[in-house]
Design a protein around this ligand. Structure first.
Ligand SMILES: NC(=O)CC[C@H](N)C(=O)O
Length: 355
């Protein structure tokens, strides 16, 4: 692999020099760190990372290559990938493409041979921040200025990753409409595995159009960005509450909370990884969960719902149920991918609500 110099500059002026892989030029986004030890294919292709550059804390990435089955979307969505060491010679019987070729094919910028522990500690201490990866300019002050400006540009990230037209995955069981806010494919797979007849609809679909599909349940998916930036989705969900069983996952969970009158806030550096302990009060058990979010619901979020799950690391809200209607919602990822499968029971509960 050709050794081309690259630099990562954060908005506060701190910088890290390393080597480029994939596309060259410049890439920018919010820099977050992910603590998964495996699962880089799922991380790269999770649409919730739109607008973000991910630092992997695990030091060796790419050792099992890439394949077409473990992805969460047909293409990568990270804006940039920041790693300690990219494996030159991946080895796995399922590997169909080398990570470097994958990055080149999709025009994604990567930087490796940087001290990912130092970057992670910096973000832990000072919070997630915007950053720029560059192979063409090494002017730290100018790049830091560019990074600071990124945060001020508002974009509808959800609209950028949601399906453009309704997708139908036929099944013999309950009809579920998934509001696609940036759905990870394993949500669809988890429903299909349970026999559901799945309609994945674009984020701008109205409540009436959703109800016209005659669903037995509605699932609001994960997705990128700040939930408060998409008032149209909150309005749609408000018009669905009480009409059908609903399940919210991650961004979907935050939007449901907002539709019920709750409030969201931004965490210092978010939860991104496959090792977050969550207590389920109803079951009296602790599950290790897969997580990827920067925002959270306040714990006093509304009177109509009850908090059912909390994160044991920082006591933030991880799930709730509605006090009157069949609505369940979790901040973490019951579909895992990557991460532990402890929480797949949430999909069984959703199917149970529809039965
Ligand atoms: N994975 C998700 O759905 C993330 C939700 C939201 N974008 C957040 O960062 O909190």
């Amino acid at each position: 692999m050709e050794n081309k110099k690259a630099i990562l500059v954060l908005e506060d002026g701190s910088y890290f020099e390393g080597e480029a892989f994939g596309r060259t030029g410049q890439a920018h986004g919010e820099v977050v760190f992910n603590t998964c030890m495996t699962g880089y294919e799922e991380v790269l292709t999770d649409p919730s990372y739109k607008g973000q550059m991910v630092v992997m804390t695990y030091p060796l990435i790419g050792n099992y290559g890439m394949n077409e089955e473990d992805v969460e979307s047909y293409k990568p969505h990270v804006e940039g990938f920041i790693i300690k060491e990219l494996c030159d010679y991946p080895s796995n019987w399922r590997c169909t493409i080398h990570p470097v070729q994958y990055f080149e094919r999709w025009g994604i910028m990567g930087i490796h041979r940087v001290d990912t522990r130092q970057i992670t500690q910096h973000i832990r201490n000072f919070g997630s921040m915007y950053g720029v990866i560059s192979t063409e300019s090494f002017d730290v002050q100018a790049l830091a200025e560019t990074a600071r400006n990124i945060g001020t540009v508002k974009r509808d990230l959800v609209d950028m990753v949601s399906v453009k037209k309704t997708r139908h995955i036929e099944g013999p069981g309950h009809r579920v409409v998934v509001m696609d806010m940036g759905m990870k494919e394993n949500i669809a797979r988890s429903l299909v595995k349970r026999g559901c007849d799945v309609y994945v609809v674009p984020c701008h679909t109205s409540a009436k159009e959703i109800l016209d599909l005659n669903p037995e349940g509605i699932l609001i998916s994960n997705g990128p960005g700040d939930p408060q930036d998409i008032p149209y989705a909150i309005e749609t969900i408000r018009n669905l509450i009480g009409k059908k069983p609903i399940m919210g996952i991650c961004l979907g969970h935050q939007l449901l909370g907002l539709a019920l009158g709750g409030q969201t806030y931004k965490l210092k550096f978010g939860h991104h990884g496959g090792n977050h302990p969550v207590k389920d009060f109803n079951k009296g058990r602790v599950y290790i969960t897969s997580q990827n979010h920067n925002y959270a619901l306040r714990d006093d979020f509304c009177k109509q719902a009850t908090v059912t799950h909390i994160n044991l690391n920082d006591n933030t809200v991880e799930g709730f149920v509605h006090n009157e209607y069949p609505i369940i919602s979790v901040q973490y990822h019951p579909e895992a991918s990557p991460g532990p499968h402890d929480s797949a029971y949430m999909f069984d509960e959703f199917v149970g609500m529809m039965a």
